[in-house]
Write a protein that binds this ligand. Structure first.
Ligand code: GLA
Ligand code: ZN
Length: 680
């Protein structure tokens, strides 16, 4: 298979958000000197310039942007050109109040902040599309545009009357008739039957909600989330079409935010040429947590490489405590992004602004205004390394045999559920499984329910509460054909409308798993049951399923309470494959052991066996294999090289059996047939 460039770049792109419009023109040349000194080659321009580009309804003014585009070209920079529609101009809000959002409490917002436009406002749509089109028309002949960057971090929700009307239209399209809608929402409960579409109102604190996550009518609330995600996606798609009219060859993206709950990015991925996303972990976040986010984003793009659109070179401004990235960490996390599929390292921001809430957000060019800072030096060193790497790695993909199913609608449904437990958080449970594989360096793809399972040996679907039509069938086929499936408590409960699948849990997954869950016991925080798996005792927390075996064998039983001695972990042979079921939420050690056992049984190998604290990740391009070795620990680590390889970072050839020394926070990229082989 020929590898594919995801955007108009010949190397790992290096650069980020640059806002020269906030500065006097005399300063631009010095900025260019500094940025080139740091080996920066890509500028994300024009992210928040709507008010400047369209000072009034009739007038557009591109003079300054023309100059900025010329500046970029003259200095050999690629451009990631934003359409500026992430914040509308104040005059527009004054003239057309309909573009302002109404919040969850029903309060109509005034002008201010950003992400401030109602996605269903026709005025907003008209003018955002018009601006995107004008930009594409004007700059279409620039051959240094690497990608279009539509809006910026789309997000939020709107509960205005326009959205309410649009919701009814969306519902008509989904359900056709009111009878069908009443059935799907089970409106006979609490006398909610609708006789006219106009009786349907948005689910917020004025109607169905007590709090953000507490709704009396899950069907309505889940549909609102689908509708809101679709409405905002529609804004993206309209701008997408507008720029494509003039520049059909230039890839189009918008910067996503990882596991951002309100937007169904797996659906969005179908409409984006390339995924890009903004990675802002805090120093306290786990390495596996960040790896998961990268893999989730790569999965949303169908496994293609993605663009790391933003990360901070040093600190954020919006965390409660904005700690600095320690020396070496920016570099390490940049390579972690590349290892997991990024074809870029881009920063927010290239230059620190002097006013507004982001003036203390880290930047390549500091307020000091020169190159003699720690951050600048680190950025420059990484820039030189990426330059040396050149076009290597670009376009390379992962080749995981293990997948974790993640689904946004399921996320909404699990956390809207009233009972069984407020402690049950979908992302946390998924992360437990992901972490178990990741810590053993077993490559994982994070995929959606619609994705093809046939290329995998192992598929884990933690808390697959909502089993949408066709999903159980695909899993059944996968297992019948020899696949290994893992699922957990609170799975198979409801259909796509959040209506219970009657006849015994886990519903449509019951035959595959070979069990019947009769009851489920929610344990308060600090309380736990216990079970022994492979000679080791582990905690059973949050929920404890009480189940009957229907063909499955029990691998572990509860030790306490009235359901002591009943199964908690099971395994069922099904077709040529097998299905594991974990009827509770446990601790890291258990997941790690279970993942290890299953992978051993199935012959699924780690990318490499490396010392604790080192992350090993593989990317593959045609016959080339790149093994990333990322030392997240504070100590130097020795890595045994099992076959001849070239370290692209240290520029050193290794013979079979030699030791590669990874300094604390250090990185190596071995090119050669070394992955999957036994490391010490
Ligand atoms: C987001 C935005 C940027 C900036 C950064 C600050 O990712 O896209 O414009 O606000 O956050 O961390
Ligand atoms: Zn609205």
């Amino acid at each position: 298979m020929m590898w594919e460039k995801v955007w108009n770049q010949d190397k790992i792109a290096y650069g980020g958000d640059y806002n020269p419009e906030q500065w006097p023109e005399e300063t631009w040349e010095e900025d260019m000197r500094l940025l080139k000194l740091a080996h920066i080659d890509t500028l994300t321009l024009n992210v928040f310039s709507w008010a400047a580009l369209q000072p009034s309804e009739e007038t557009y003014c591109f003079d300054k942007l023309d100059k900025i585009m010329e500046l970029a070209e003259k200095n050999g920079m690629k451009v990631c050109l934003a359409t500026s529609t992430g914040a509308h101009p104040a005059w527009m809000a004054k003239k057309y109040p309909e573009i302002l959002r109404t919040d969850f409490g029903g309060v109509k917002r005034k002008f201010g902040g950003r992400h401030n436009s109602c996605p269903n406002s026709l005025v907003y749509r008209k003018y955002s599309v018009k601006l995107a089109e004008k930009l594409a028309e004007r700059y279409q002949d620039y051959d240094n545009i690497a990608a279009w960057h539509i809006s910026n971090e789309y997000g939020g929700e709107c509960y205005c009357e326009n959205c309410e009307k649009a919701f009814r239209v969306w519902l008509k399209k989904r359900y056709g008739t009111l009878e069908e809608l009443n059935r799907a929402w089970n409106t006979s409960f609490w006398g909610h039957t609708f006789y006219d579409w106009d009786e349907i109102v948005l689910p917020d604190t004025r109607s169905e909600h007590l709090g953000a996550e507490q709704t009396m009518a899950q069907g309505i609330s889940i549909d609102y989330r689908r509708f809101n995600s679709d409405s905002i996606l529609e804004c993206f798609r309209l701008e997408y079409e507008a720029v494509k009219k003039y520049t059909p060859e230039i890839p189009v993206t918008t910067n996503l935010m990882g596991a951002y709950k309100p937007l169904d990015y797996q659906k969005w991925g179908n409409y984006m040429d390339v995924i890009s996303w903004d990675n802002y972990p805090s120093n306290e976040d786990s390495i596996s947590g960040t790896a998961f986010q990268h893999d989730l984003m790569r999965g949303a793009g169908g496994g293609k490489p993605f663009i790391l659109m933003e990360q901070t070179p040093s600190c954020q401004n919006w965390q409660p405590f904005n700690a600095l990235k320690r020396p070496g960490v920016m570099r390490l996390w940049s390579y972690q992004a590349i290892a997991h599929g990024s074809d870029s390292v881009l920063f927010f921001q290239l230059k620190r602004s002097i006013g507004g809430c982001e003036k203390y957000h880290g930047a390549v060019i500091d307020h000091a205004g020169h190159e003699h800072t720690r951050v600048f030096r680190e950025v420059k060193e990484l820039g030189a390394e990426l330059e040396r790497l050149g076009g290597e790695i670009l376009g390379a993909r992962g080749n995981a045999k293990t997948a974790i199913l993640f689904d946004w609608e399921n996320w909404w449904a699990v956390e809207y559920s009233s009972g069984p437990s407020v402690s049950l958080k979908y992302l946390d449970e998924v992360l437990k499984y992901y972490t178990a594989f990741h810590q053993q360096n077993i490559p994982v793809d994070v995929i959606g329910e619609e994705d093809d399972l046939s290329g995998y040996q192992l598929v884990a679907a933690p808390v697959l509460y909502m089993t949408k039509p066709g999903v159980d069938e695909r899993i059944r086929e996968f297992v019948k054909n020899g696949g290994t499936f893992v699922s957990t408590y609170f799975s198979g409960y409801v259909d796509e409308n959040d209506l219970v699948v009657a006849g015994g849990f886990p519903g449509r997954l019951r035959d595959i798993l070979g069990i019947w869950v009769e009851e489920s016991d929610a344990l308060p925080e600090q309380k736990a049951n216990k079970f022994v798996y492979q000679g080791q005792e582990y905690l059973a927390e949050i929920l404890c399923d009480i189940m009957h075996l229907e063909g499955a064998e029990s691998l572990a039983e509860y030790q306490e309470d009235f359901y002591a001695k009943t199964p908690v972990v099971t395994r069922n042979d099904f077709g040529r494959g097998q299905a594991y079921y974990v009827g509770t939420s446990s601790e890291d050690g258990f997941y790690r052991k279970l993942a290890e056992d299953i992978c051993k049984e199935q012959g699924i190998e780690a990318a490499a066996i490396v010392p604790e604290g080192v992350e090993a990740v593989r990317r593959v391009r045609e016959k080339e294999e790149y093994l990333f070795l990322l030392n997240h620990s504070q100590e130097e680590k020795e890595v045994f090289v099992p076959a001849p390889a070239l370290d692209l970072i240290g520029q050193k050839e290794y013979k079979q059996g030699e030791i590669l020394m990874l300094p604390a926070k250090g990185v190596g990229i071995l090119k050669g047939q070394v992955s999957g082989r036994c490391f010490k």
